[in-house]
Design a protein around this ligand. Sequence first.
Ligand code: CO
Length: 250
Amino acid sequence: MKIYLKTPEEIRKMREVNLIVAAILDAVEAAAMAGVSTWELNEVATREIQRHGVTSAFLGYRGYPAVLCTSINEVVVHGIPRKDVVLKEGDILGLDFGCYKDGFCGDSARTLPIGRISGEAQKLIDVTRQALENAIGKCVPGSRLQDISWAIQELVEKNLFSVVRSFVGHGIGRSMHEDPAVPNFGLPGRGLRLKAGLVLAIEPMVNAGTHEVDVLADNWTAVTRDRKLSAHFEHSVAITEDGPFVLSRP
Ligand code: CO
């Protein structure tokens, strides 16, 4: 395991790229409404990439064919944008975007409602977002890695939802995926001791029903085995002496 601690100057660069990630997600979110295809959202992201002069972290990554992941309802993560997948009222839409600038990667995701959604869907979104916030609160020097994991698992299970186990968060820096892996389940007081300069992409994936997921025949789209709803939020977070610095939050 090779962990790259970042200098303050490197964290400044990671802040810069992550602010662009946030701005591009905002632009895609503004375009996301009933009647719009996920392919059109990918085109919005592509246009924004060009405007900001950054490089997609997703396009071509292990053969991934788009710059954005668009994961609707029972899709957990890695939904591929398609012309024939059109948003409709009542959907929940996960947007995941990452890019490189000046040699550093930013990565963030959010789940949003399309028009009016069910109370259960709204609760799933709220719990997943809050699980990420609780995890961010653990991003201080001296915490253990699984304090982050447990913060997520505890809130999710208290609300009778389930944590996805087959995908995890990750270190991030000059590569999108660095050590350590950041599971969304674990035991408090276990794992790596967090140090200033560590940057983590923390990304709870939370299912309304079973935690089990299947990957469809396209080898990307991850869906809940019971086809119940799933939500996903992600921030790139730097651990600093002054506490958590959420790089992908404006
Ligand atoms: Co990520």
